[in-house]
Design a protein around this ligand. Sequence first.
Ligand SMILES: [Cu+2]
Length: 278
Amino acid sequence: MGRRLPCVHRRLVLPLDADLSPQGVGANSGIPGPVLRAEVGDVIRVHFRNMDEHYRWPHSMHPHGVRYDRANDGAWLADDPHEPGTAVAYGSSYTYTWFCSASSVGTWPYHDHSLPQSIAASAHDGAKPPAATGEVMEIGAELGLFGVLAITDEHTAEADREFVLFLHDASSFDVPSLAHPFDMFNGGAFIDNTPTFRAKSGDRVRWRIASLGNDFHVFHLHGHRWRGPAGWVDSELLGPSTTLTVEYTEDNPGHWIYHCHVNEHMMGGMVGRYLVAE
Ligand SMILES: [Cu+2]
């Protein structure tokens, strides 16, 4: 049922044996992009190369949660269009330097924040009449150019399983090749196209969840509860660029689902499996 976005990244389901150490940078092979792990006091240096051979648009990388100056912000502004690192041309490279301070601990998104583009104006296959003519802000992120920063300190609990989950959407107005809008987890829509996460009883589980796009979502996990800001919860709200770090010790074996509890989003694809062994 699910369809893939025409994007410049390939799909990734974070492997369960992912290296959770600060040095454990994930593979640059999908949606979301590599998990960038660091500790407070670390300097993150990203050597970014634009290999968008499909659209050949400029792209950038803008982080949340870390400290940076304007030259390492990655956000393109119309009144400052030549700021380095905000519109890295196809085939070009740029190095971003970000600092992890005490207030950087947690889960954060990074994403393409370069200049607006129109897929319709860029279309070169002529297969379908364009449905969109306007330029779209952060279209690169809508197409999957985003990922998660995971920043830890000495108080961060150990985890046996860590799941990275991105909630995002793609509009058929912005992406004319889509027959209808999609609501996605990690670049996939509908059960078994979205990630199936696995754990076993006794595992210390951490979900690093982030959201981008135009919608507010409610992350709901069946059969489990965790500590929210005001007490125990089994559903929690997040909107564009906000994140959740969900932690618990697994004690409920079974075949569960996780989904967005906005019904239209679940019907649009935001549902996946969570399988817990004895
Ligand atoms: Cu939703």
